[in-house]
Design a protein around this ligand. Structure first.
Ligand SMILES: Cc1cc2nc3c(=O)[nH]c(=O)nc-3n(C[C@H](O)[C@H](O)[C@H](O)COP(=O)(O)O)c2cc1C
Ligand code: SF4
Length: 463
């Protein structure tokens, strides 16, 4: 991306980047104050929005094709449209700033370096969905960002962009920062809402499927990710048509990739969705693998995304056959390759990594973070940890690897919230794709003489 913006030395965006949301991140001449933001065109889109029909803003967001950047990639405008038209209760908006998915580190830079971009995006969004009270639910581990945001909100209030008569109109709005309880499950939107209500963050039973129908205090509530809410401002600025030309059809706009692991230059990169391939991420954006190393595996969308093996081939419905390096970084192709673009956290692993160690590391995280509300997840995540502990310690038998998979299969689809999938997909994919390596880490002489109960049931034709 050619730019005249002065970035800090060594922090210049890569030529393949297209910066909208991260335009001001790492700028040498930029600070998080409202004055700096306004000098750079800040709050102009809010003034424009306040003069628009609310439905026109929602329509713009729908037409832009924006898909949520928090993980599921759900269309933002469609979600906003779920607020019941006959609603008479207060509407709330919550900015999900929990950023808890391992491998993801984008929202924190927005909050640290360009907090008013988020505040402006939130005010426009609140106005569009008729919310008069909004919260930024921020993980407890981001204390500095919470202070920066509180300062930004106070500045916006002092300028008349928050509080009574926003921007001189009849519209009133308050936004508060709420520090989270410090748990992965507080990022799941219904767990987050429970936590905000002062309760344990136990995710809610569905239906209702969307808090837009019944959310905070049982009122319609829009929950959106930090990055998603920032995009709203740019959609108004560019117009939905121009925004939708960025990226690829059904995968519009830009998104921030957070690349970590075994590459020369890990970091964050904002690219047009689907305009760079996995190979370009590794070799161009990140300067390649470490010297003398070979690619082994990639987790493309945060730790919950299914792992891809370096030598896999993916046959798509349109007839294309892709190798791992050919996969464009978009929602739909990732899904077609059996994984997900998720939260944009790309974890690269080279041939120095033990796959038993990696899955054990993830299983330790999930066992620790399960809220414990439903049995398959509470017990299963712990069992997956225990079995993979044994594999790493060299005290597992070969059949433990299949047992690990059996436990994972008994979690997926059987739980209250998507944490069930988030914790079982890594194990399922690692065992499927690296079974031989994992079995190689076990000891046949430790094979138990105890017959697996499923074998007995199968023999009796009961399963
Ligand atoms: C276990 C779990 C953790 C999650 N953590 C986050 C998170 O940290 N940040 C986030 O924005 N979304 C997270 N989500 C997704 C949210 O539930 C929700 O879909 C998202 O905030 C909606 O925003 P979006 O539509 O803008 O993506 C998580 C989901 C699950 C199941
Ligand atoms: S799936 Fe796990 S995290 Fe989600 S509600 Fe059940 S126990 Fe809690």
């Amino acid at each position: 991306m050619s730019t005249t913006i002065p970035y800090k030395p060594g922090k210049e965006p890569h030529a393949r980047e297209h910066r909208l949301i991260f335009r001001n991140v790492d700028r040498a001449d930029y600070d998080p104050s409202i004055d700096c933001y306004i000098r750079n065109g800040g709050y102009v889109q809010l003034k424009k929005a306040l003069g628009m029909e609310r439905q026109a803003i929602i329509d713009e967001v729908k037409k832009s094709g924006l898909r949520g950047r928090g993980g599921a990639g759900f269309p933002t405008g469609v979600k906003w449209g779920f607020i019941p038209p006959t609603n008479t209760k207060p509407v709330y908006l919550i900015c999900n700033a929990d950023e808890s998915e391992p491998g993801t580190f984008k929202d924190r830079y927005i909050m640290h370096q360009d907090p008013h971009q988020l505040v402006e995006g939130m005010i426009i969004s609140c106005f569009a969905v008729k919310a008069q009270l909004a919260y930024i639910y921020i993980r407890e581990e981001f204390p500095e960002a919470a202070i920066i945001l509180e300062k930004a909100l106070a500045e916006a209030r002092a300028k008349g962009y928050l509080g009574k008569n926003v921007g001189g109109t009849a519209y009133d709005l308050e936004i508060y920062v709420h520090r989270g309880a410090g748990a992965y499950i507080c990022g799941e939107e219904t767990g987050l809402i429970e936590s905000l209500e002062g309760k344990r963050p136990y995710p809610r039973i569905k239906p209702p499927y969307f808090p837009a129908a019944l959310g905070l205090y049982m009122s319609p509530t829009i929950v959106n990710n930090v990055e998603s809410l920032c995009h709203v401002k740019h959609i108004l600025e560019m117009g939905s048509e121009a925004y939708a030309k960025l990226g690829t059809p059904n995968n519009t706009g830009t998104r921030i990739l957070c690349v970590s692991g075994d590459v020369q230059k890990p970091g964050y990169f904002e690219v047009q969705v689907g305009h760079v391939t996995m190979g370009e991420v590794i070799n161009d954006l990140c300067g390649g693998l470490k010297p003398g190393r070979k690619l082994k595996a990639i987790i493309p969308g945060g730790s919950s995304a299914k792992v891809l093996r370096a030598d896999e081939k993916f046959k798509l419905k349109d007839g294309r056959e892709l190798g791992i390096m050919d996969i464009p970084m978009d929602f739909d192709t990732m899904a077609a390759c059996g994984t997900m673009a998720g939260s944009g956290g790309v974890i690269i692993m080279d041939d120095s990594r033990s796959m038993s160690w990696v899955i054990n590391n993830l299983n330790q995280f999930y066992a620790h973070e399960s809220c414990g509300q439903c049995t398959p997840c509470r017990e299963g995540s712990l069992w997956m940890k225990k079995i993979s502990d044994r594999i790493v310690a060299g005290t597992a038998s070969p059949s433990d690897v299949d047992e690990l998979l059996r436990v994972a299969n008994n979690i997926e689809g059987k739980t209250i919230c998507a944490f069930g999938e988030a914790c079982s997909w890594p194990t399922q994919s690692f065992v499927k794709k690296f079974r031989d390596e994992m079995i190689g880490d076990t000891k046949p002489e430790l094979e138990s003489k105890i017959v697996n109960p499923e074998t007995v049931l199968a023999a009796a034709n009961l399963v």
